[in-house]
Design a protein around this ligand. Structure first.
Ligand SMILES: NC(=O)c1ccc[n+]([C@@H]2O[C@H](COP(=O)([O-])OP(=O)(O)OC[C@H]3O[C@@H](n4cnc5c(N)ncnc54)[C@H](O)[C@@H]3O)[C@@H](O)[C@H]2O)c1
Ligand SMILES: N[C@@H](CCC(=O)N[C@@H](CSCO)C(=O)NCC(=O)O)C(=O)O
Ligand SMILES: [Zn+2]
Ligand SMILES: [Zn+2]
Length: 379
């Protein structure tokens, strides 16, 4: 291939500083080194975690950087020793790696992987602890090991899922984060059983995917909780059977839910990133067995609290990263499920823009009507 082994200059949205508009720059992308893969990103969506890091509240946030972690593309070239993908393969970059060799991967207890996490947390590649992105010699940090707001990116080979080439990349890019997170929170982390009563706090993409997962698991009631009542109409299509707006009640929301459910829900999911809501989500769980899963990402310095008595009396507090899915093994399986129409993806896409319109896309994210906005990277 003509570009193999060469530096590629392409367009990328660079976050120079926290909260300052992203700037479309000509960025130099170095060739992949051993164990690395260079990907032509065709489509990327925006996730609230990109906005979180951009806001400056992420303790791992480094600037200047290239954000983005929910994308799909085609392998352009691979570094030495890469065997599982080759140029031309259709792939989804995975911010949660899966090396299949480390203590985490071999534990059988978690989807977290330890192989490259230290490097991805400080915005560099593991080989030489340097970035593959630069602008006129000035390094630009990677983000979450993916940096998909660039027409080309370099990732570790343990962070690439090879997927069905028939699958539409402009849709399956969503399987890089939000949708699997919600589905997996229900199926892998909570393991919701048929007949369960479920409460979902926050009806954005992640919360709606929780509802979808709970419906598939056979939940008998799926109670959506959101401060925006307009969310209920859409949420019904994803399985939400009842809706509660905390603003319509004088009582604390946990009490409202306990009263509605004869003592509390079997499972609750916090899909917002608000530590007060995390407490409410735990405390609305049924005594003796109710389990609450934290999915939302809260800002640096925020802490959760509750009376220990809540746990002493049998409630369980858990969290989930990427819904507990093993990325390289299970993202292709999720793509296949989408192709068989067993899970929704298209329904979460409310807007489509281009890379050049990325700041507008971030503005849209803060509007109630936006679930996922997909950017076409080469228009
Ligand atoms: N753990 C993971 O692996 C993982 C993966 C993806 C996203 N996330 C996180 O999940 C969270 C949700 O992501 P999203 O894309 O669905 O976000 P979103 O902003 O689209 O959805 C959040 C919803 O919460 C509602 N809300 C806000 N404050 C509320 C309150 N006090 N009470 C009730 N509802 C409230 C909003 O109206 C909105 O509908 C974010 O924090 C994101 O960073 C975590
Ligand atoms: N740097 C952040 C981490 C935030 C966080 O918890 N990220 C989630 C993914 S959010 C995707 O939209 C996650 O999977 N965490 C596990 C991991 O990062 O290994 C902070 O410190 O707040
Ligand atoms: Zn995300
Ligand atoms: Zn591993």
């Amino acid at each position: 291939m003509a570009t193999q082994g060469q530096v590629i200059t392409c367009k990328a949205a660079v976050a120079w500083e926290a909260n300052k508009p992203l700037v479309i720059e000509d960025v130099q992308v170095a060739p992949p080194q051993a164990g690395e893969v260079r990907i032509k990103i065709l489509f990327t969506a925006l996730c609230h975690t990109d906005a979180y890091t951009w806001s400056g509240k992420d303790p791992e946030g480094l600037f200047p950087c290239i954000l983005g972690h929910e994308a799909a593309g085609i392998v352009e070239s691979v570094g030495e020793g890469v065997t599982e993908v080759q140029p031309g393969d259709h792939v989804i970059p995975c911010y949660q790696a899966e090396c299949r060799e480390c203590k985490f991967c071999k534990s059988g207890k978690t989807n977290l992987c330890g192989k490259v996490r230290a490097a991805t947390g400080v915005g560099v590649m593991m080989n030489d602890k340097k970035s593959r992105f630069s602008i006129n010699g000035k390094p630009i940090y990677h983000f979450m090991g993916t940096s998909t707001f660039s027409q080309y990116t370099v990732v570790h080979d343990v962070s690439v899922a090879k997927v069905d080439p028939q699958a539409p990349l402009e849709k399956i890019c969503l399987l890089g984060c939000g949708v699997p997170t919600g589905l997996g929170a229900v199926w892998n982390t909570a393991k919701v059983e048929a007949g369960s009563i479920v409460a979902v706090f926050g009806l954005g993409t992640v919360g709606l995917a929780v509802a979808e997962g709970a419906k598939a698991a056979g939940a008998s009631r799926i109670i959506g909780v959101d401060i925006d009542s307009k969310k209920y109409d859409t949420a019904k299509n994803f399985g939400v059977t009842e809706f509660v707006n905390p603003k319509d009640h004088d009582k604390p929301i946990q009490q409202v839910l306990v009263d509605l459910t004869d003592g509390g829900v079997d499972y609750s999911f916090e899909c917002i990133g608000n530590v007060s809501v995390m407490r409410a989500a735990l405390e609305c769980c049924h005594k003796g067995w109710g389990t609450s899963v934290i999915v939302g990402v809260a800002a640096s310095g925020q802490e959760i609290s509750t009376r220990p008595f809540q746990l002493v009396t049998g409630r369980v507090w858990k969290g989930t990263a990427f819904g507990g899915f093993k990325s390289r093994s299970q993202v292709p399986w999720l793509v296949d499920k989408y192709m068989k129409k067993e899970i929704k993806v298209d329904e979460y896409i409310t807007h489509e823009l281009t890379l050049g319109e990325i700041n507008k896309a971030f503005d849209l994210m803060h509007e109630g009507g936006c679930l996922r906005c997909v950017l076409s990277m080469h228009e």
